[in-house]
Ligand binder design. Sequence first.
Ligand code: MN
Length: 228
Amino acid sequence: MSKLIGILAEEEQSSSSVFKAVRYFTNSYYADAITLSGGIPILLLRSSLTSTIISRLDGLLVQGGVDVTPSLYNEEKSKLCGNTQIEEDLFHLEIIKEANRLNKKILGICRGCQIINVAFGGSLYQDLSEFTIFNHKAYEEPTKASHLVKVNKESQLFNLLNKEKVMVNSLHHQALKEVAKDFKVTARAEDGCIEAIEKENILAVQWHPEALRFTDESMINLFSWLCN
Ligand code: MN
């Protein structure tokens, strides 16, 4: 039986339409990676009924998107923090916690990795350029590798990629600061920036495997894990 994989929808205010309604979206890279892995992608919209649907799904994908509202990890918003959407954040936090409570598999990507960390008590660097310890380019080409990460051999991530050193793409200006309890760091960039965390039912990466899979076949294995 194909696994049903919920994708937490991102939201944007429509600017190109006469309707001023919020649009819910994902993109084809995420949906195609799930389909290729034998799963059925289902877009989860913000509504009061959504948490009840989690029990009917097999897994959850928390995709990339806007910055997480800093008050959710007890910080004032820095000038360099990007756009945030509190309603979207609260919806995502609720669904992530419910999916975890039901022991569903969860894969977090980029913002997804960050909001998963916040959901379980961790915090974020609001902009890496504010911290001289980091040397991280913010928005590189999605399908091209940008920097090296070192993967902890004692991890599910290592078992999936089968590489201790991996070149990844990098499209983030924020990153994990304090790591949530119960999670372990499973990959870091050479500047020390956290690039992956995990616990038994949750894998989360700072890079974009759904875009990198076009040049690195091993990246689809993260989706195979989610869809099995
Ligand atoms: Mn990076």
